[in-house]
Design a protein around this ligand. Structure first.
Ligand code: A2R
Length: 317
């Protein structure tokens, strides 16, 4: 079976690649760009076929998909960082929406039977009222950032290409996920890196934080990618599924758990620059539809996820 992972060198792509390489009979192809950093996949680089392709280029996207004729595509490539989407809304919308459109068009025009998973996001729900939690797939989408709008467009494009052309697309709305290799701009990883820096004497014993009251639903990335795999094994074409732990924790709690792993005396300081123009206060997902359809359930406790993340940074700073 031939599988393409777009964004293979990213946080999620690297974990998915490891997972697939441990399965029998799967040939893993990974899409990256000529300037992509390959740190996350250095240890498996020789076991996968890397293909240079900027997904915003329809010609190279089409030609690479035509050469490979994949059975499965996990579409993870994206401008994935919400704050950057305010400073670079054009790039965010182009990369995320047009990149996906080019994949869909290639599969459609080439008449392939490829099954495609698209990484949509809980950010699509945006403004969520307390009485809507835990959030079901049927909740209205009220996106609060250009990133979230790009994910709504990817999501609906997935729906439309299934309805119009019968493309086998499964839309997964992943809630927050973290773990080793999470980009340092993301909240949990940023805190973990700061603690590792403090332990090495490279930062004063103060962690700078943004909004600590936001409530998020965290899943370990290694559980999330099993969900993506199951989405294409057992999910229904055209469907949308939340993937989430179903448990909300405040960002404050995340800081506390991370701090419990260190002997250092560290204080926590608010930094207004770390606040977003409009922030989603509460995101907790109801993933019962996905669990029922696929049998998925998260297995890694948040404490282990955060400890592994901290140890990842301890090895790097
Ligand atoms: O920016 P690069 O060259 O390092 O590669 C990133 C890749 N990517 C692209 N690949 C091909 N053509 C493009 N135009 C393009 N733009 C970006 O996507 C990077 O390797 C990958 C994204 O990795 P991360 O930023 O680490 O995202 P993460 O956390 O793995 O998220 C995976 C998916 C995304 O769709 C998120 O929006 C969603 O899960 O939450």
């Amino acid at each position: 079976m031939k599988v393409i992972i777009t964004g293979i060198a990213g946080f999620v792509g690297s974990h998915l690649a490891e997972f697939l390489l441990n399965k029998k009979g799967i040939k893993v192809f990974g899409i990256d760009r000529w300037l992509s950093r390959l740190d996350n996949i250095n240890h498996i680089k020789d076991k996968v076929r890397l293909i240079e392709c900027d997904l915003t280029d329809p010609f190279s996207t089409n030609s690479e998909i035509e050469k490979i004729k994949p059975d499965l595509i996990f579409h993870l490539a994206a401008q994935s960082f919400v704050p950057t989407s305010w400073s670079a809304p054009h790039d965010t919308l182009t990369t995320n929406i047009i990149g996906q459109l080019n994949i869909f068009e290639a599969v459609r025009k080439l008449n392939l039977k490829t099954k495609i998973q698209i990484a949509c996001s809980s950010e699509e729900y945006g403004l969520v009222y307390k009485n809507e939690v835990p959030i079901k797939e049927t909740n209205p989408l009220r996106p609060l950032s250009p990133y979230a709008v790009s994910k709504v467009a990817q999501d609906l494009l997935g729906y439309q290409y299934h309805q119009s052309y019968n493309l086998f697309v499964v839309r997964t709305r992943g809630f927050n996920h973290t773990g080793p290799r999470r980009g340092e701009n993301f909240v949990s990883s940023n805190f973990a890196k700061q603690i590792a820096l403090i332990e090495k004497g490279q930062q004063k014993p103060v962690i700078e934080v943004g909004n600590l009251n936001a409530i998020r639903d965290f899943t370990d990335v290694r559980d999330m990618i099993k969900g993506y795999w199951l989405a294409l094994q057992k999910g229904k074409a055209g469907e949308v599924y939340n993937i989430s732990s179903g448990r909300g924790v405040t960002i404050k709690k995340v800081v506390q758990i991370l701090l419990s792993f260190t002997d250092m005396d560290i204080s926590v300081k608010k930094n207004a620059n770390r606040l977003r123009p409009s922030d989603v206060e509460i995101l907790i997902g109801d993933s019962s539809k996905f669990r029922k359809q696929t049998g998925w359930k998260p297995q890694i406790p948040l404490e282990k996820t955060l400890l592994d993340l901290l140890n990842y940074w301890r090895e790097r700073v």
